[in-house]
Write a protein that binds this ligand. Structure first.
Ligand SMILES: Cc1ncc(COP(=O)(O)O)c(C=O)c1O
Ligand SMILES: N[C@@H](CCCC[NH3+])C(=O)O
Length: 441
């Protein structure tokens, strides 16, 4: 979907310089066609090959009403991790039974919202959560389908902040006998809980299949034990997400590379135990939207420090893409209006925030950039918009959806008024006490 025509960068058939002129910069641009390719691959290589399987898009990667609608139309489920994501999915008309609720500290009010709307699954992260769900369901005469998230104790090769399967993690139940089996017993006996099975997520932006296989093996041992100790079949396994994408030189792997080795082991274990094969679920986020997004910026001041470094400043930065500052993530970029030109120099592209660490591209090769050029940074579709901030009171950029040469605004750019909307001017009457707690009880 990335093409260069007459020296200009096109994305999903749209001239990116025209998009920049029409909607302004910084601008997040998503390609619906790229997302569709990923949805199709998931259907072909996973959903159609394993009866009862589901793919739940991890909304945290990019969560807007419009995105939830695309996911819904693709027939996927959605994985939400907060009341806000749940609210967004519901606002998009997402069928509650296709919503799965994850997260390590779900608040009572969030669980209440989930139970009230009858979400499809709650992935329980800690014992007290189960008790809250049981009480809420008892009060409302409901039954909730539940999985336990476990930390299988595997180490994956990614940034330390985004590996989650190791034992020393804030997420999930460790597999210690004295923790996990009493928890399973409690779930099996709770009248308002339909305990289905286990969930794991080993980390994000992974290319190595081995940690997935190790985690699967650890969970299959749990499946054996649950059958032996409680006579109960584990009916569902959620293998999480984390499938890596190309930012610079990485080679994206097909979903099958990760899934086939896990599915083979699951099939063999269940066949050996004489149990019907379980429903299998995946939770891809980045691999659906990451390379479906790019960000457009306008080049502003250019500072050359002879013999040291040349800084090319753009009109966005860590406020629209925190990943380089937070994980030292590396991206590739291009001058969208001079896309055919040879690189002439090595520069560092920085943002406009009052932080020296506000660097988007360090030591990249570009043609000699000029003020007013449009810079495109690729593969920003995951965890860019969703982790955007208003630091330095910079408004969050607009989001545009492109498809085959057509484009439409998905999210309006924040205005300066938006920035101060919730602020209460001195002297103005403060709201009733109850309002302080809106969405907070
Ligand atoms: C529980 C869970 N599921 C799914 C994901 C999505 O991961 P990714 O965007 O890497 O596919 C995450 C984030 O890492 C997660 O924590
Ligand atoms: N925000 C992270 C991934 C988060 C993983 C969620 N468990 C990133 O940008 O890579």
């Amino acid at each position: 979907m990335i093409e260069i025509k007459n020296g200009t960068l096109f994305f999903d058939g749209c001239d990116t310089t025209e998009l920049a002129a029409t909607y302004g910069t910084p601008l997040y641009v998503y390609s619906e066609s790229v997302m569709q390719e990923h949805f199709d691959e998931i259907r072909r290589d996973f959903l159609d090959r394993w009866p009862g399987s589901r793919a739940a898009y991890a909304a945290k990667a990019f969560c807007t009403v419009g995105m939830c609608k695309l996911v819904e139309r693709a027939g996927l489920c959605i994985d939400v991790v907060s009341g806000g994501e749940l609210y967004t999915a519901l606002a998009a008309g997402f069928p509650p039974e296709r919503i799965e609720f994850n997260g390590n500290n779900k608040l009572p009010r969030e669980l209440e919202l989930a139970v009230e709307h009858g979400v499809g699954r709650i992935i329980v992260d800690a014992p007290h959560e189960l008790e809250t769900i049981e009480a809420l369901c008892a009060a409302q005469g409901r039954r909730m389908k539940v999985l336990y998230r476990v930390t299988p104790g595997v180490k994956a090769d990614s940034h330390d902040y985004i590996v989650t399967g190791k034992k020393d993690s804030k997420f999930g139940f460790p597999l210690d006998e004295e923790i996990i089996y009493p928890a399973v017993a409690r779930a099996l006996e709770a009248p308002h809980i339909d305990f289905l099975g286990f969930h794991f997520h080993v980390g994000s932006q992974l290319f190595d299949v081995e940690p997935y296989v190790q985690a699967t093996e650890a969970v299959l041992e749990l499946v054996r034990q649950v059958k032996q100790r409680f006579g109960a079949p584990v009916r569902e396994l959620n293998l999480g997400g984390g499938f890596g994408i190309r930012y610079t030189t990485e080679q994206r792997r097909p979903y099958r590379d990760y899934l086939d080795p896990m599915l083979e082991r699951i099939a063999a274990c269940y066949d050996e135990l004489g149990m019907p094969r379980p429903a299998v679920v995946i939770e891809p986020g980045r691999s659906i939207v990451g390379d479906a997004g790019l960000t457009l910026y306008t080049v502003g001041s250019i500072k050359d420090i002879p013999g040291v470094r040349k800084y090319v400043s753009v009109d966005g930065g860590m406020t629209d893409n925190i990943r380089p500052a937070l994980y030292q993530a590396v991206y590739r970029g291009m001058l969208a209006n001079r896309a055919g030109e040879e690189a002439e120099e090595t520069v560092t592209v920085c943002g406009k925030c009052c932080e020296s660490g506000d660097i988007l591209l360090r030591d990249v090769e570009l043609p000699r950039a000029r003020t007013g050029d449009v810079l495109a940074v690729f593969s920003t579709g995951a965890y860019g918009y969703s982790m955007a901030s208003n630091y330095n009171c910079n408004p969050i950029p607009a989001v545009v959806l492109a498809r085959a040469g057509q484009h439409r605004l998905m999210v309006r750019r924040q205005s300066y008024e938006d920035l101060i909307r919730n602020q209460i001017p001195e002297g103005e009457e403060t709201p009733e006490t109850g309002e302080y707690h809106a969405n907070a009880d």
